[in-house]
Design a protein around this ligand. Sequence first.
Ligand code: PNS
Length: 161
Amino acid sequence: MKTVVCPGSFDPVTNGHLDIIERAAALFDKVIVVVMVNASKTPLFTTEQRVDMLRRSTAHLENVTVDSYDGLLAAYARQQGATVIVKGLRALSDFEYEFQMALTNRQLNEELETVFLTATDDKMYLSSSLVKQVAAYGEDVSKFVPACILQDITEKFGKDG
Ligand code: PNS
């Protein structure tokens, strides 16, 4: 049974993330999507909100679970018995940072492999930051995020934006 971890900030989950999660779910037995709590970033959505949005967005995938973790990804993977990290690669600009993380994670946990799935061409440009920028100006983001989280975004900007 191959368990993989799909980590990220998911602030919020986008259709790009969902595409990678769906493809990971088709390739591996069990996928744990984990919202990593990053003390150096101030997210728009709380960890609980991000987990909830991911749970709703992945409800159709039987072998996917969603969790959160405050710590190092290498330690989390070990704790979960996962030896593979799955990440999406959008463009060359992602590569250097992802390469650095993959090598660091390997140093921290030598059993850990990082597998990169390339984003599909129609989702290459998508990012959570872009979604937040567009939504902050009251524009429609329904092309970019799962339909079930649209209201979370409009409510967030309606209340706080
Ligand atoms: O969606 P993001 O922000 O690109 O995801 C980055 C993330 C959360 C996967 C990365 O920052 C991470 O793994 N953070 C956990 C801390 C950690 O393990 N750092 C050491 C490896 S570089």
